[in-house]
Design a protein around this ligand. Structure first.
Ligand code: SF4
Length: 136
């Protein structure tokens, strides 16, 4: 399915649209229940994330993919935090490529397997840095 073709399969297309934008908690609960069985829930969640970006919950509207404004904002914030933490760990590992993996794991507060994974993923980058250090 490309672009917005999926909207043709949206369960909400044949329901009362006011349910998804109602301030009444029982309407919100009904909308979420309908969303739960929707065949395009994943696409809907992706569209909401793309459309709303990093907006706080007060700038979000309605229920999308069985999530209200608070739930979507919290999910986005959680993703942002996980991504920031992953970048910190990666940087800590790459800053000291020559220390043994178990020590790097302790310093970065991650598993030894993760150290090996990051070093493997960034092997070319590390090799270039080493070459430049040798040449200097
Ligand atoms: S998941 Fe999205 S497309 Fe499906 S019913 Fe809910 S709001 Fe509509």
């Amino acid at each position: 399915m490309s672009n917005h073709e999926w909207t043709g399969q949206a369960t909400c297309a044949s329901s009362d649209p006011d349910l998804w934008f109602s301030p009444d908690p029982s309407d919100v609960a009904k909308a979420k229940e309908i969303c739960t069985g929707c065949p395009v829930r994943r696409q809907c969640a992706e569209r909401a994330a793309e459309f709303e970006g990093n907006l706080s919950h007060s700038y979000r509207h309605g229920v999308w993919a069985a999530q209200d404004t608070h739930e979507r904002a919290a999910q986005r914030k959680g993703r942002h935090e996980r991504s920031r933490r992953a970048a910190q760990i990666r940087d800590a590992i790459l800053a000291h490529p020559d220390v043994p993996a178990d020590i790097a794991a302790k310093r970065a507060n991650c598993s030894v397997d993760h150290v090996y994974r990051v070093r493997r993923l960034h092997a070319a980058e590390l090799a270039t840095a080493t070459d430049m250090a040798v040449a200097a």
